[in-house]
Ligand binder design. Structure first.
Ligand code: NAP
Length: 458
């Protein structure tokens, strides 16, 4: 039986690796999802066959509790709440790792060797700090707690002291060996506290990056658990999770022009309240969708720039309908995809795939940017920061240095949004006042529907 289990584990690990590989491309991402799900199902089935398992009652109870939390989470939380959902999933995964480690200590603590104790303590530290950190991230994203960074004097010293004290207790426990429930429980409490202290000073703006870092911690914790339980699949899956989480965090920081260490150590990401005298006297041109529809009559090339507002309005289906209508009139339509458009990497890709927009129409930032000067109309659907030229021109702007879509180089820019409000970064966008820009104010779905009706009747 053990041989069969190990064989299934190898198949499962291969599926996890394929899943990551396939998920890195839009065309194969659905297979990636299936491969990951199949790998996990195989891993669970093989583990259930292990001879060490004497009864299934508690496992069944765990499955029922897990499914009754996970199913409504997957079905009821909207796409715009994906970051929160991910934070909650990490919290539960990390809690599981922490609990398994604690159970192992309370059951076999006195029999564990020094290396086993080190591994167990690191697993528990990472698991529990990820649990509270992810819960806090969820609270901030869901705006249950204030999204601004919560800063207090000497916060770095407090956090570092808590961390150093947990490491000291771990060293003491490992050197002393044997069973010390009070000492171990203190390490658990300090880990829980450290997770809170780690995320408290980080602003809501950086939360998706923080979630990705916490994902890496949860992965590492699972990998350590694999060493402890002598489970090779857990080691591999945890290492894949840990490394991919870290790579994603670094990429997100690059795409948002954030310093990785700043995000890691907190105190950044606050929405900056920039005094904005620049708006005074500037002219904003706006048209109704019906008036704007005439502009498409002379257009040959259109680029759609989707952003968070498209997700919020659930306007992806009507965007697709509009694309079809324009293409029927021999207008070339492409979609410009910024790496951090929306609120999670890949947010726009997922929504547009849901609306059956063909993958080959989605063009990454580096490839689409040189095409903007020859684009007749750029239709910006609920995007803001990712188009803001201040990122290129204004060294004083919090967005300065962030790579953007060079929408300002197109011949005509139509912005669909509800008001003159700022985007996620909380700063004004000079592009709204450009002579080339026309604002179409309103909810994205409603404006696009009206535009569609008008173009059809022209
Ligand atoms: P954005 O800068 O937040 O702008 C979105 C715009 O959509 C807003 O200005 C809003 O203006 C408009 N909007 C909201 N609801 C709407 C509706 N129902 N109909 C029409 N418009 C609506 O979004 P973005 O351009 O996609 O840029 C993403 C931002 O998120 C960046 O700052 C990025 O750094 C940040 N971020 C992204 C990630 C990621 O991984 N993707 C992670 C963390 C942070 P109105 O209120 O006037 O309508």
């Amino acid at each position: 039986m053990e041989n069969i289990i190990q064989f299934v584990y190898i198949a499962s690990a291969s599926l996890f690796i394929l899943s990551l590989k396939w998920m890195s491309e839009i065309k194969t991402s659905r297979w990636g999802n299936w491969a990951g799900t199949a790998g996990m199902a195989l891993a669970i089935l093989a583990t259930l066959l292990k001879p060490e398992i004497h009864g299934y009652l508690w496992i069944a109870i765990g499955i029922v509790i897990g499914a009754s939390i996970g199913t409504p989470m997957a079905m009821l939380m909207p796409m715009t709440a994906v970051p929160q959902r991910t934070a909650l999933s990490h919290a539960f995964g990390a809690l599981a790792a922490g609990i398994v480690g604690s159970a192992e200590y309370f059951l076999h603590g006195s029999n564990l060797s020094m290396p086993q104790l080190i591994v167990l303590c690191i697993e528990v530290l990472l698991g529990f700090l990820t649990f509270t950190g992810s819960l806090l991230a969820f609270g901030k994203l869901q705006e249950i707690i204030p999204t601004r960074p919560i800063l207090y004097p000497g916060r770095n010293l407090v956090s570092l002291s808590v961390f150093a004290f947990s490491l000291f207790l771990i060293a003491y426990l490992v050197i002393k060996g044997g069973s010390h429930p009070f000492l171990f429980s203190s390490i658990v409490c300090l880990s829980l506290l450290f997770g809170i202290l780690l995320v408290l000073p980080i602003g809501g703006a950086d939360m998706p990056t923080v979630i990705s870092i916490l994902n890496a911690y949860a992965g590492l914790s699972s990998s350590f658990m694999g060493f402890l339980l002598n489970n090779k699949l857990l080691i591999i899956a945890g290492a894949l999770d840990g490394s991919s989480g870290l790579i994603l965090s670094i990429q997100m920081c690059k795409a948002m022009n954030r310093s990785f260490t700043n995000v890691l150590f907190g105190g950044v990401g606050q929405v900056l309240e920039v005094a904005d005298p620049s708006r005074d006297g500037k002219i904003v041109k706006s048209l109704s969708p019906k008036e704007a529809s005439i502009l498409f009559e002379a257009a040959k090339k259109v680029v759609v720039v989707p952003g968070y507002g498209m997700a919020a309005a659930q306007a992806q289906h009507v965007v697709k309908e509009l694309t079809d209508v324009l293409e029927n009139r021999n207008i070339e339509v492409k979609f410009a995809i910024h790496p951090v458009a929306g609120r999670m990497p890949g947010h726009m890709n997922v929504l547009l795939a849901e609306a059956d927009v063909p993958y080959d129409k989605l063009v990454e930032m580096e490839e689409i940017n040189p095409l903007f000067p020859e684009t007749d109309i750029v239709l910006v659907v609920g995007a803001n920061d990712i188009t803001n030229p201040a990122a290129r021109k204004n060294p004083g702007s919090p967005l300065y240095g962030m790579p953007i879509l060079d929408v300002d180089k197109a011949k005509q820019i139509l912005f669909i949004k509800r008001s003159m409000s700022t985007g996620f970064a909380g700063i004004d966008n000079d592009l709204f006042y450009s002579p080339k820009t026309i604002m179409l104010f309103g909810d994205a779905k409603k404006v696009l529907n009206e535009l569609l009706i008008s173009i059809n009747s022209n």
